[in-house]
Design a protein around this ligand. Sequence first.
Ligand code: SAM
Ligand code: DTB
Ligand code: SF4
Length: 336
Amino acid sequence: MTTTSTLQFASKAPKAPEPAPQPASTSARWRVAEVEALFALPLLDLMFRAQQTHRAHFKAGEVQRSTLLSIKTGGCSEDCGYCSQSARYHTGLERESLMPLDEVLEHARAAKANGSSRFCMGAAWRSPKEKDLAAVIDMVREVKKLGLETCVTLGMLDAEQARRLAEAGLDYYNHNVDTAPERYEEIVTTHTLQERFETIDKVRAAGINVCSGGIIGMGEDQLGRAGLIAQLANLTPPPESVPINKLIPFPGTPLADGSALDPFDFVRTVAVARITMPKSFVRLSAGREQMSDELQALCFMAGANSIFYGERLLTADNADASDDLSLFARLGLVSI
Ligand code: SAM
Ligand code: DTB
Ligand code: SF4
């Protein structure tokens, strides 16, 4: 080591990172401009802050694993522009009716045996009909008996439906806000963002944990990502679980062509979610199959502490479980 280089280095003592913006008071809402300012931080400062926040609330390296199952596939009345399951688009997806209970339980047992702690059942409905809800309630009861946490995503609920799901022991309800408020109507026209919030409120009032997040890579800019994260962070309380999906472009959907997304902007979104929702589980969700190990490692450093685990998401392939196990081993991650 030469003295010159040491001296040069010492003369440029690292400056402490600029304090990043915080909401004005503890009860304050995050203003979109404050969240945008987080996005604008140099990546390494943002990552440092996200790690600090993460370590203040979670054990570093512990990652929760959820397994997804599509219990009713395709034929959905809604027109969500990203979705392979909307009946309005020709995506080549075969419709399937509601899966029988014994088949669901087979998948749930396999998920448990593979080390998942939560089993998430998804149905392509605008909202569940009475007969369907009764069947899903049986599924929730029986999956819970296996010792798994339960999550379902069934579309819009009324208060009574939420109460009955809670009574069956449902732990989480997934209902994403998906994008910034300004863009919602560009992506979906058959229901409103306000209706999404109403369902989230009913779920919360019934005592069920909320899982709500969004999709990155639908042509939004940094302001759009800030708008998405701000509305999630401003839920009181923020969702217990925040899935950050990367758009999987499906041929036949309006978003089939996708849009260019700088992978670092995906990492930034995870980091900003971590900082603004310090106690929430932030889940690295759809799109992981296309991500390199290095990109996923950056997402874990940015504060992601949950993944979907298992060969399938709902209709799309997920990252290989064996690749995930090897990645966990290489990164020293522990599943919880
Ligand atoms: N019908 C229910 C609903 O809309 O809430 C549940 C199923 S829906 C498929 C659940 C979530 O999956 C969506 O809100 C969206 O965030 C995500 N998703 C759907 N298609 C996707 C895609 N092509 N790429 C990334 N995420 C997607
Ligand atoms: C969420 O935010 N992502 C999951 C889960 N919640 C239901 C669904 C991802 C779906 C990806 C596309 C597909 O498999 O059809
Ligand atoms: Fe797809 Fe859910 Fe929208 Fe139906 S409501 S089109 S399943 S995202």
